[in-house]
Design a protein around this ligand. Structure first.
Ligand code: ADP
Length: 610
């Protein structure tokens, strides 16, 4: 859905141009609503039209009633005519009520459908984003803004456009009647609404700027809400007594935001009242004029009541129409954040190859370097490695030495800044993303704990078999999770997590077994990576798991990150990282003989066990 006639961005330029430029999303909002549900959109349009014409009809019938009464009194005659007119007005009023109900119904049905549609659009876009987007706070702001506000705005924009059309139709029909009294009355009606409209537009812009400017603070507030009110933080918040302090922060953010809100609201209302007075003056000026004209016998009593009604309703139609324009302006501003988000450029993975030239080559890192966006120091520098199928590699190094980053590059969550990584002799960038994903299975130390069924938590390892219970069982057995899962009340169908009724919580070690089982779901993958998922298990269990992996993985590549040297020593090849560089590599025996960092760390840990 693209808008070929999109105007240049509203920022900059003279204010009026900016003001109209910002209506560029109206058409897209209408397209969105139209494509969401055509029948409802058409019904909405028709009802709007009818609702626009009926009030003028009612006012006109009102005049006929008064005149019929006056003439009946004058002639001392029958009342049938009067009754007929009254009946007609009653029917019209009932019709208007029905139309308004219908409008409300269409609106609420469309609102539900459209809200869902926009949320799905937002989430679908999220699926195409890169990891770096989620780690970028500015981008995260955009996402939050889009999620908070933008889902209700398209309908609001369309409703206001329709509302505007309805008021325009009403006004046109009033105009037809009013012009017979005096064209000046019509002009006064239109001009009187203008000042409050200008104020409205200005303050909508201010409110939006406020909303945008403070979204980092709003985000902090949302975060604090999460910390204070969610089960995964509750333990620490209680025991460390952080609650009161964090709540204070939450309050003080509100106080700051509220002060700005109040200032804006007060200004908005003060100006609105002042400028609204102009309208009131115009209204009563016109009343006086109409009343005097009646006394002078220029118009009948019935016409007088009609003009009164027309003027009053006309004025509210003008101000409703103008404030609809102000609201449309505001909706457009908010929609701009939605489209800004939806149009975020996502670099398309260029690769399309599903197989490399040399399947026996395994993985190569060739002088790979990488710096996180915004970081000053490289996280990895000059990494060269070659892993043939059938080898197992252990990565060793202090926290922050770059082990996880290396895995993130290998799995193409990030691209190397310099150098290249190949699998089967083919640069990772040239691999088809899905083919590459199928080849590599990774469990990170911060693996996801899905609040779904236990079995689904295992099945998550291979999306195609997400719901396949027999595969769950097989993988859980290998991951040493089968035993405790079978003791759970509903076995593999036990709900996990506290968000849902009867959700069970698992211990850290149990979760890790689930994560390992997830890795075993990937029986097609020939590169398996375990990034410290075994740290909560005891040393023996960890060694067993790794042994298991190696045995299963005779022609695979296994990569293990661990701080336990008793496990690390089992790997064929060990790489020691320090501040992003490889400082030592070789087999356990070789490294021990070298007597370097590895040897001293190993001896240190071994002494602890003796
Ligand atoms: P390890 O796994 O060895 O503990 P990492 O690879 O996670 O270390 O981190 C290496 C370095 O990169 C650290 O200095 C860390 O602060 C930095 N780093 C890690 N993740 C990110 C990130 N998402 N954004 C910016 N810097 C990061």
């Amino acid at each position: 859905m693209s808008s070929p006639s999109a105007a240049p961005p509203a920022s900059g330029g003279p204010p009026l141009q900016g003001f109209f430029g910002v209506f560029r999303y109206s058409r897209r909002a209408l397209e969105l609503v139209w494509s969401t549900n055509r029948a409802l959109t058409i019904a909405l349009g028709m009802l709007t039209l009818v609702a626009g014409v009926l009030p003028a009809g009612i006012a006109w019938v009102g005049a006929q009633i008064v005149d019929a009464v006056v003439s009946a009194m004058g002639q001392g005659g029958g009342t049938t005519r009067v009754i007929e007119w009254v009946l007609l007005e009653g029917v019209l009023v009932a019709g208007l009520a029905a139309v308004q109900r219908g409008l409300g119904l269409c609106q609420s049905l469309l609102r539900a459908q459209l809200g869902q549609r926009v949320n799905v659009m937002i989430l679908e876009k999220a699926l195409t984003l890169e990891l770096s987007h989620f780690e970028d706070s500015e981008f995260y702001d955009k996402l939050t803004r889009a999620r908070r506000e933008a889902s209700v705005r398209p309908l609001s924009l369309v409703m206001r456009s329709f509302g505007l059309a309805q008021n325009a139709v009403s006004l046109a029909s009033y105009a037809v009647l009013l012009v017979q009294f005096s064209p000046w009355a019509l002009a006064a009606l239109l001009v009187a609404g203008l000042p409050s409209f200008i104020a409205e537009a200005k303050f909508s812009g201010d409110a939006f700027r406020l909303f945008r400017w403070r979204s980092p603070e709003t985000r902090m507030q949302m975060y604090l809400e999460t910390v204070l009110a969610r089960e995964d933080h509750a333990k620490e918040v209680k025991l460390f007594g952080l609650g009161a302090r964090l709540l204070d922060r939450y309050r003080s953010i509100f106080d700051r935001l509220y002060a700005a809100d109040r200032a804006l609201a007060v200004r908005r209302d003060a100006w609105g009242f002042g400028l609204g007075l102009i309208g009131t003056v115009a209204l009563y000026g016109a009343y006086a004029w109409i009343a005097v004209s009646t006394v002078q016998g220029l118009i009948t009593l019935g016409q007088m009541t009609m003009y009164f009604a027309l003027f009053r309703q006309g004025q509210s139609a003008v101000s409703a129409g103008l404030s609809a324009i102000g609201g449309m302006y505001e909706d457009n501003l908010y929609l701009s954040t939605l489209y800004e988000y939806l149009e975020t450029e996502v670099p398309q993975p260029a690769g399309s190859l599903r197989r490399g030239p040399d399947p026996a080559d395994g993985i190569r890192f060739e002088r790979v370097g990488f710096t996180y966006p915004g970081a000053t120091e490289p996280a990895l520098e000059d990494i060269s490695l070659h892993l043939r199928p059938g080898t197992s590699l252990a990565l060793v190094g202090e926290n922050g030495s770059g082990k996880t980053t290396l895995i993130k590059l290998l799995t193409r969550l990030y691209e190397p800044g310099t150098g290249r990584i190949t699998l089967d002799g083919l640069d990772l960038r040239e691999w088809d993303a899905a083919a590459l994903r199928a080849r590599i299975g990774v469990i990170f130390q911060d693996f996801a704990r899905y609040q779904l069924l236990v079995g689904e938590n295992v099945g998550a390892g291979d999306e195609r078999d997400f719901e396949d219970e027999s595969r769950w069982r097989e993988a859980a057995a290998k991951g040493q999770a089968a035993e405790f899962i079978e003791r759970l009340p509903a076995g593999y169908r036990t709900q996990l997590g506290k968000w849902f009724k009867d959700g069970r919580e698992l211990s850290g070690g149990q979760w890790q077994k689930i994560a390992l089982s997830r890795a075993f779901m990937r029986n097609q993958a020939d590169v398996l990576v375990l990034d410290e998922p075994t740290s909560s298990m005891d040393a023996r269990a960890e060694a067993e798991v790794f042994e298991h992996f190696r045995r299963l993985a005779s022609d695979r590549i296994t990569i293990l990150i661990s701080h336990r040297f008793s496990t690390v020593r089992m790997a064929d090849h060990i790489v020691v990282l320090d501040r992003g560089r490889i400082v030592e590599q070789g087999s356990h025996e070789q490294l021990m003989q070298q007597g370097g960092t590895y040897a001293s760390l190993f001896t240190l840990q071994a002494r602890g066990y003796r």
